[in-house]
Design a binder for this molecule. Structure first.
Ligand SMILES: [Zn+2]
Length: 113
């Protein structure tokens, strides 16, 4: 017999970070924050302390490309990203690992019931 244990409701607020490209929540994945510091300037915020509207992306090239190409970043930050700014962000994305496989390994290896 399986006894499903009810998890107690947590009232504590846990910030939910969702990758704007793949829509996965990334509590353990180390999502990278992007912040709109100006009307037309978006920067990578590795300290996660900068003020401004923020959005998150997985630390993978796939998600960065998707986020930039499909204008999801612009939508999430409610801004227009200049081509130059976009190139800067794309360059940062290129320095990341290609896929999420090495990042999510610990999550996908969770065995079913
Ligand atoms: Zn993602």
């Amino acid at each position: 017999m399986r006894e499903a244990r009810r998890q107690p409701l947590r009232l504590k607020y846990v910030p939910q970070r969702t990758c704007i490209a793949c829509r996965q929540t990334g509590a353990q994945r180390g999502l990278i924050r992007l912040v709109r510091i100006d009307q037309e300037q978006v920067e990578v915020d590795l300290t996660e302390r900068r003020a401004g509207r923020g959005a998150y992306l997985c630390p993978t090239q796939d998600c960065w490309e998707m986020g930039l190409k499909k204008d999801r970043l612009e939508y999430a930050l409610r801004t227009k990203i200049s081509p130059q700014n976009r190139r800067q962000l794309a360059e940062f994305g290129q320095s990341l690992p290609r896929r999420a496989s090495d990042v999510v390994e610990c999550l996908s290896s969770t065995s079913g019931s």
